[in-house]
Design a protein around this ligand. Structure first.
Ligand code: KIV
Length: 277
């Protein structure tokens, strides 16, 4: 039976609940189909730039890429709330630019919400979007789109001043109307404090078990991305070796002319007709 899609109200209502909100990423229809029965929320993350396209960072990801992958994930899922990342350069210039591009993402993919990186400095944009019908998830802590200005990928909030600024950002995003916020790769105590102090759900990735929800990149937890992976990733499967074995078996069978076998080819039921041809 077709299940009702989760809504942003369902996610917001899960704030402070014993059962954590389950979030996964998906960029393609096959992974979305597999993730959908297990997830409350599927994020079409701009991490696809590194995971699918082999870019060195998320910076080269374009709006058109996010829209194509977002549409595939919406089409292949039925139950999870689908959120699409706004890529670098598609929202930072002005609230109007952010609305224009968020509207394209929503109209062309059918997703229910967008996610954007940034703290207090993005609060005005978040409020602008929310007031115009675009549900938004914030993203603070390690912000991969700011890798160059941050001087690399590092754990956020380890000094007092930075921790205070991240807490203020979480509060500003919640007040601006974001319906949830991703806390990426940050000090555990800080993530716990934010979760206690703001009224919207926190979704942790390398943050704290006490967050209202957790997210991981599906390809990371399935063992499909190259090692070493960040400490916050737990490997639930090693699909790289499963795939390696299957592809190796195929290559050997082709080489040895075992594949295709008679069951894999189209033979006329009347072999004589075939012989005349
Ligand atoms: O792009 C992404 O996949 C993300 C998650 C890691 C939160 O932003």
């Amino acid at each position: 039976m077709k299940q009702q899609r989760r809504t942003i109200r369902d996610i917001a209502a899960a704030k402070g609940k014993k059962e954590a909100i389950i979030c996964l990423t998906a960029y393609t229809a096959p992974v979305a189909r597999l993730a959908d029965p297990h997830a409350d929320l599927i994020l079409v993350g701009d991490s696809l730039g590194m995971v699918l396209y082999g870019f060195p960072s998320t910076l080269p990801v374009t709006l058109d890429m996010m829209i194509l992958h977002g549409r595939a994930v919406v089409n292949a899922s039925e139950k999870s709330l689908i959120v699409v990342d706004m890529p670098f350069g598609s929202y930072q210039e002005s609230p109007a630019q952010a609305f224009h591009n968020a509207a394209r993402i929503m109209a062309e993919t059918g997703c229910a919400a967008v996610k954007l990186e940034g703290g207090s400095e993005m609060a005005e944009t978040v409020s602008f979007l929310v007031q115009r019908g675009v549900p938004v998830i914030g993203h603070i802590g390690l912000q991969p789109q700011s890798v160059h200005s941050a001087g690399g990928y590092r754990v956020a909030g380890r000094d007092q001043q930075e921790a205070r600024s991240i807490l203020a950002s979480a509060q500003a995003l919640a007040e601006a109307g974001a319906f949830a916020v991703v806390l990426e790769c940050m000090d555990e105590t800080l993530a716990g404090k934010i979760t206690k102090q703001i009224h919207i759900p926190t979704i942790g990735i390398g943050a704290s078990a006490g967050c209202d929800g957790q997210i991981l990149v599906s390809e990371d937890l399935l063992g499909l991305t190259p090692a070493p992976r960040p400490k916050f990733v737990k490997n639930y499967a090693d699909l790289s070796s499963v795939i390696d074995k299957a592809l190796g078996d195929y290559a050997r069978e082709v080489r040895e002319r075992i594949f295709p076998g008679t069951q894999n080819i189209y033979m006329s039921p009347d072999r004589k007709i075939r012989a005349v041809e």
